[in-house]
Design a protein around this ligand. Structure first.
Ligand SMILES: *[C@@H]1O[C@H](CO)[C@@H](O)[C@H](O)[C@H]1NC(C)=O
Ligand SMILES: *[C@@H]1O[C@H](CO)[C@@H](O)[C@H](O)[C@H]1NC(C)=O
Ligand SMILES: *[C@@H]1O[C@H](CO)[C@@H](O)[C@H](O)[C@H]1NC(C)=O
Length: 579
């Protein structure tokens, strides 16, 4: 029995070394050296046989295959057969312990990069290379879903949409896959037709299913169409994240099959026998519910406020954590100046005590009740140009609008480049609702269709003319004076649309034009109103019950329904100015 354990340890160690060795060779390789079939290689390895064996393995992953050890040995050799080595690398990961496997997929070149960086081939070419990369990835994905494995944190909430429409199609997929049947083309088509134009993993799966369906018909005309459909599926994956492609690991965490959607092409899903990869659970750790990397979390919330409002920030964070339905989805980004950092950390420590855990992977990362908290240090000059400063008078009247923290909202993409949308909150709020609900409730149409950049609550009683000098002869553009304004202290930003409209650049350009206060007086809100007043999706007023710092007289009915309370104005409960 003891000898057997030693054997297993040895085996796990061996496969780990193999992966590291292959990863090493993988970096050195260059796409132009690809010879897909590897049949011409004179490296003494029978690559066609290797490939054949991989297919035998995939037909019955749980079987006892005598060739496995020789495949592991080949994986450790040097060769130019790039794809072959990648396959053997993935095979080694299949036989790792669940913890090692999770680590290999989330941190090594096998999983932490987009598939395109790993195998620079289209889906079409990958399938035609005849190397079963997708099949091996499918097996790895099933292993990760196995309840006895340590659960990878849930994947990105934006790509993995699961609304009613998606659930219906997902059910069809599940049922057909379980029965070994094709996905009816009609189901895929209907789902695609009804889905919003935004990208999603579900739509990728639908396109891939359609493509595979046509591919298996085998007619040359349909084959061309299949190729196009597969490319559409890939494009869905490519555009899910902002400015980058989803990583293999992210794809693997998805609830959708994004490599194959047709049973005839998929490997058998029976998993390798557990005695080859003994399941071991990680010891429970305080941050365990929140082990997703910052980037993999789908709901990003930005909180920015200066240390005068530290207690506001703590209260906002505390309330947000209490209200959130799925802590694992949420990452809160807190912004601080260097000199505020130690105070902030100390304050977090004493407010949250044992509910606070450090993120071992990230010195600036913490977990509060499972919600990831990431602290970003910024400098004043990064966010605040001279033109942005406000008149001294306003500072007293409306709270400290001059604090650099107020201008962080214009530059969020710099610190959170991977977020598709960001919920921005001032620190003088109390969140009574679920911030995930706010995040998920907006932008059901792609910005290319809707033209919307922000979602915010309208302030119908405060028209644009209240903030902007719309009638000034120096106002270079026409602005509808009586259109409603909005408060930019609670908003959801579509980061793609924001980038596309160059909002950061335009805000700075407008601030320069406003040097002499010809266009507006107050700080950070007016340029957003000016630029985006007609690009805002209105949300229900319960999401920003504001003005609490001006008057104590908001109706109690509204306050009781409120999902976010907002103390705009000079009176903040934590400054002791309210009785
Ligand atoms: C994303 O992947 C596609 C291929 O699927 C590739 O053409 C593109 O360059 C990749 N984009 C980035 C930003 O890496
Ligand atoms: C963004 O806007 C600024 C100001 O108008 C301009 O100088 C800059 O070139 C723009 N950037 C892009 C990428 O369009
Ligand atoms: C609250 O008070 C302000 C200022 O005193 C007043 O203008 C406003 O109409 C009041 N609102 C309500 C709902 O009573």
């Amino acid at each position: 029995m003891h000898g057997y354990k030693v054997y297993l340890c040895f085996r796990v160690l061996l496969t780990w070394c193999l992966v590291v060795a292959v990863a090493h060779q993988v970096v050195e390789k260059h796409a132009s050296e690809l010879d897909l079939n590897c049949e011409s290689y004179e490296d003494g390895i029978d690559w066609p046989q290797v490939r054949e064996n991989l297919f035998v393995f995939l037909r019955r992953p749980s079987g006892d295959h005598p060739f496995l050890d020789s495949l592991f040995a080949i994986g450790r050799r040097k060769s130019d057969c790039y794809i072959g080595l990648c396959c053997l690398g993935y095979l080694a990961i299949v036989f790792m312990s669940p913890e090692k496997r999770l680590k290999a997929m989330s941190t090594t070149l096998f999983g932490s990069v987009p598939l395109w960086d790993q195998i620079p081939l289209s889906y079409w070419d990958t399938i035609n290379s005849k190397w079963p990369i997708f099949g091996l990835l499918e097996v790895l994905q099933s292993q990760m879903r196995d309840p006895s494995s340590p659960a990878p944190a849930h994947a990105d909430g934006c790509c993995d949409r699961m609304e009613e429409l998606d659930q219906r199609f997902h059910k069809v997929l599940d049922r057909q896959l379980a029965a070994g049947q094709f996905i009816p083309a009609q189901s895929s088509l209907r789902y695609l037709a009804e889905s919003p134009s935004r990208c999603s993993f579900g739509k990728a799966a639908a396109y891939v299913a359609l493509g595979e369906r046509l591919l298996l018909v085998g007619s040359p005309v349909l084959t061309q169409a299949a190729k196009d459909l597969l490319a559409l599926g890939e494009a869905q994956l490519d555009r899910c994240a902002v400015g980058r492609n989803a990583t293999v690991f992210e794809q693997m965490q998805s609830a959708w099959p994004t490599w194959y959607s047709s049973p005839p092409l998929r490997p058998a899903t029976s998993l390798p026998r557990p005695d080859r990869a003994p399941p071991q659970r990680l010891p429970p750790d305080p941050g365990a519910v929140g082990t997703a990397t910052t980037e993999a979390r789908g709901v990003h919330v930005a909180l920015s406020g200066d240390d005068r409002h530290m207690e506001g920030l703590l209260a906002a964070l505390q309330s947000l954590v209490l209200g959130v339905s799925d802590a694992r989805r949420v990452c809160v980004h807190v912004f601080a100046l260097q000199q505020e950092l130690s105070g902030l950390k100390a304050a977090l420590g004493c407010s949250f005590k044992d509910r606070l855990a450090e993120d071992e992977a990230d010195p600036d990362g913490l977990f509060v009740g499972g919600v990831a908290v990431r602290i970003h240090i910024f400098t004043e000059s990064e966010v605040l140009s001279d033109e942005m400063a406000v008149d001294a008078g306003v500072t007293v009247e409306a709270g400290d609008l001059n604090a650099p923290h107020n201008f962080v909202r214009f530059h969020l993409g710099k610190w959170i480049p991977y977020a598709q949308r960001i919920v921005y909150l001032d620190t003088d709020v109390i969140v009574k609702g679920d911030v995930c609900e706010l995040h998920d409730s907006v932008f059901h149409h792609s910005h290319t269709v809707s033209g919307k950049v922000l979602a915010a609550v309208p302030r119908r009683h405060l028209p644009l003319s209240f903030y902007l000098k719309v009638f000034s002869p120096r106002m270079p553009i026409w602005v509808p004076s009586s259109a409603p304004s909005f408060n930019a202290g609670v908003m959801v930003i579509d980061m793609l649309a924001w980038a596309e409209h160059n909002v950061t650049g335009e805000v700075l350009a407008w601030a320069r034009r406003n040097k002499n206060r010809d266009l507006w007086r107050h700080g950070s809100q007016p340029p957003l109103l000016l630029l985006l007043y007609d690009r805002v999706e209105w949300i229900a007023d319960i999401w920003n019950v504001d003005g609490l710092g001006h008057y104590g007289n908001r109706s109690s009915e509204l306050i009781s329904k409120a999902k976010i309370l907002h103390w705009t104005g000079p009176l903040k409960p934590w400054l002791g100015s309210l009785d």
